[in-house]
Design a protein around this ligand. Structure first.
Ligand code: GLC
Length: 648
């Protein structure tokens, strides 16, 4: 639908910025015109009733044009390269690592000298946990930002970050940073002004003179940190007002019903884009719109906001993909990829948190049926979008899949979840795991799980008990968990330290700024002497590091494991063995995982169900041929063994 006034508005903004639409900026102009109707519709859907809607809309158009003008030439060139490639981020060649700069190597400058380490492992994509200014002691690991544009001095300077980005770019590496969209620290300039009584900035947040609205909200809003920050509002004595604080009481929720807030944050998004961010992790997008009488999560307006961000970024910085960090139920997560006209036009990525939790379910129960009961929903993801697949990250593990999935697998949901929590917290008598319950809510009996990959896989206990066999099993489990997530489709994201098997670190208990949050147990401080042991044959570090490196190598060789909506689950002939088939044109790649601590048998017939099977398969994990048996014979898998079988 042609809209002349809108076109004129865009032309004006373009003239102001002296953008060369007939020459080198022609593609930008085309993108702008192509997306203009969507931008207009989404903006007015959200802010159409605001008295100054037209002023703000004009600001939006100008902001997009200005951000493009400010985009460095080298990034514009990269945008074009990425666009020519198509969906560059679906590739099997990208493997990520997520890390805290200070805990990994001190500061950003030092990180520049660690690029060889990533190269050695095969990692070519880094997620730097929040590096912008955040008050120590009230930082939520950097997710309480007091200045969105100033790198915290603990990590270095903005210049250091720019240098690192330049270095990474030269090495062909990708960078991910966070935008903490939902809230600011109460030390942010806006919050400070609000506290000082500035009405304009009080409207940047949700502030209330008394409890009447907060009480109504609290009735329907689930608590996120019920132990350390119960409720969703905090009294501020300076303002003499209640302020909405869904997460910690020092994280003030931004009010996106105010278009000024949206524009400020979009401007910040462009600032990050123009720093050279390849994938922007949008923190907690499920929470960005609030409405009385609802859970204030996953609301349709939150999706419209994300779509508006996506369409705007698509115009000014098309090389930057968006990851929506929504850790929500399987049905809800799909909507973050966009629906209807916006299918595959909202977030490019989401975390496959459901599957991550299901892997932990399968590992504890040695039974893959719950995992399979969830797949019909997980597989709904639209083509052109991708998952971040992972086993652990800086956060807890929530068992957020649906009750019916557990029931369909034949279990009772409450008891099943209780078993999993007991198992990983180490309460269950026979459990090798050593983790802890996080955010226990006595009102709902809800809890999540903390603990490092290695400790949850039993390595910590096994080392304590000096039990060599248990150590061996823990290493197998760690690699099985990683392999399962690496080949599933999506970009694998390793959590730093897991590549050499860091167990839980309990020193957070001595730090009052961290002791209230046991997620710190699985956020290690890297001891480079320990990491050096990756070069000593026979050490646990060497086994895990070389195994992880091998998995990345194999992944890079097999095109079919890219995320092209090309995954088929194998019929569960044996409930202990998870199997999926990845295909692309002539390539066929079977991945099989025995989640049990005993030998398991899989009928060779399982392969026949997916077309003709050759006489032999090639296992890329053990670099050997595997000959295929008759239908009445079995493939025997060792405890926690996995096979990466290419049909040749
Ligand atoms: C995200 C982060 C988490 C943080 C929360 C609040 O979920 O991953 O670490 O506590 O947002 O910002």
């Amino acid at each position: 639908m042609y809209n002349h006034p809108l076109h004129q508005q865009i032309n004006q903004a373009i003239q102001q910025q002296q953008i060369d639409i007939a020459g080198m900026d022609n593609l930008f102009f085309t993108r702008f015109i192509a997306n203009a109707t969507a931008i207009d519709a989404l903006f007015h859907e959200l802010y159409g009733k605001h008295p100054q809607q037209e002023v703000f809309f004009n600001q939006l158009i100008n902001l997009i044009a200005e951000s493009y003008t400010l985009r460095p030439a080298i990034l514009k060139q990269r945008d074009e390269e990425k666009q020519t490639k198509g969906n560059w981020f679906l590739s099997n060649e990208i493997t990520g690592m997520s890390l805290y700069v200070d805990r990994f190597c001190g500061n950003i400058k030092n990180l520049g000298s660690k690029l060889d380490y990533f190269k050695e492992l095969g990692v070519n994509f880094l997620h730097l946990m929040p590096v912008f200014e955040s008050p120590e002691g009230e930082s939520d690991g950097g997710y309480a930002v007091s200045d969105f544009r100033k790198v915290d001095k603990r990590f270095g300077t903005l210049k250091d970050l720019q240098q690192l980005q330049g270095q990474m770019q030269k090495e062909g590496m990708y960078l991910m940073l966070d935008i903490v969209l939902n809230h600011t620290s109460h030390h942010h300039e806006w919050a400070k002004k609000a506290k000082a009584g500035d009405k304009r900035y009080q409207d940047y947040f949700y502030t209330y003179p008394d409890r009447s609205l907060p009480d109504q909200f609290d009735r329907t809003m689930p608590e996120i940190f019920p132990e350390s920050s119960p409720g969703s509002f905090t009294w501020n004595e300076e303002m003499k007002k209640w302020v909405m604080t869904v997460f910690h009481n020092y994280q003030w929720d931004l009010n996106y019903t105010n278009p000024a807030v949206f524009l400020e944050m979009l401007d910040t998004i462009f600032f990050y884009a123009n720093l050279g961010v390849d994938i922007l992790r949008i923190d907690a997008p499920a929470f960005i719109w609030k409405q009385l009488g609802t859970s204030c999560q996953n609301l349709p307006q939150a999706h419209s906001l994300l779509r508006l961000i996506k369409q705007s970024v698509q115009v000014a910085a098309p090389g930057m993909a968006l990851l929506g960090e929504a850790i929500v139920a399987p049905k809800e997560i799909m909507k973050y990829f966009g629906t209807g006209l916006y299918t595959a036009k909202e977030c490019d990525f989401a975390y496959n948190a459901t599957h991550m939790a299901l892997q932990w379910d399968a590992l504890a129960t040695a039974d893959i049926r719950v995992m399979l009961a969830a797949q019909h929903e997980i597989l709904q993801k639209p083509y052109g979008t991708s998952w971040i697949t992972y086993t652990r990250c800086h956060d807890d593990i929530g068992l957020g899949y649906d009750d019916y999935m557990i029931r369909n697998a034949g279990f009772e949901p409450f008891e099943h979840r209780r078993f999993l929590k007991d198992y990983y917290a180490g309460y269950y008598y026979d459990s090798p795991a050593k983790g802890a319950l996080f955010s226990v809510n006595p009102k709902t009996n809800d809890a999540r799980i903390s603990g490092s990959l290695a400790s949850l896989c039993g390595l910590e206990k096994a080392i304590e008990q000096q039990n060599e066999e248990a150590i061996e099993y823990a290493v197998r489990k760690i690699l099985l968990m990683q392999a399962h997530s690496f080949f599933l489709g999506g970009v694998p994201m390793i959590f730093y330290g897991d590549e050499v098997g860091y167990t839980n670190d309990y020193s957070y208990l001595d730090d009052p700024g961290k002791s209230y949050d046991n997620r710190w147990m699985h956020r290690p401080v890297i001891d480079w002497d320990k990491n050096e042991k990756r070069n000593e044959a026979g050490t646990v570090e060497q086994k895990i590091f070389s195994g992880t490196r091998k998995l990345i190598e194999v992944r890079k060789k097999i095109f079919a494991v890219g995320d092209y909506k090309n995954l088929t689950w194998l019929t569960p002939h044996n409930i202990h063995i998870a199997g999926y088939l990845r295909t692309f044109e002539d390539q066929k790649f079977y991945c099989l995982f025995n989640f049990r601590d005993k030998h398991s048998y899989l009928t060779w017939f399982a392969f026949k169900q997916h077309g003709a099977v050759p006489d032999s398969l090639y296992d890329h994990w053990q670099d050997r041929k595997v000959s295929v048996g008759h239908d009445h014979e079995y493939l025997v898998m060792e405890p926690y063994q996995f096979l990466l079988l290419e049909v040749r």
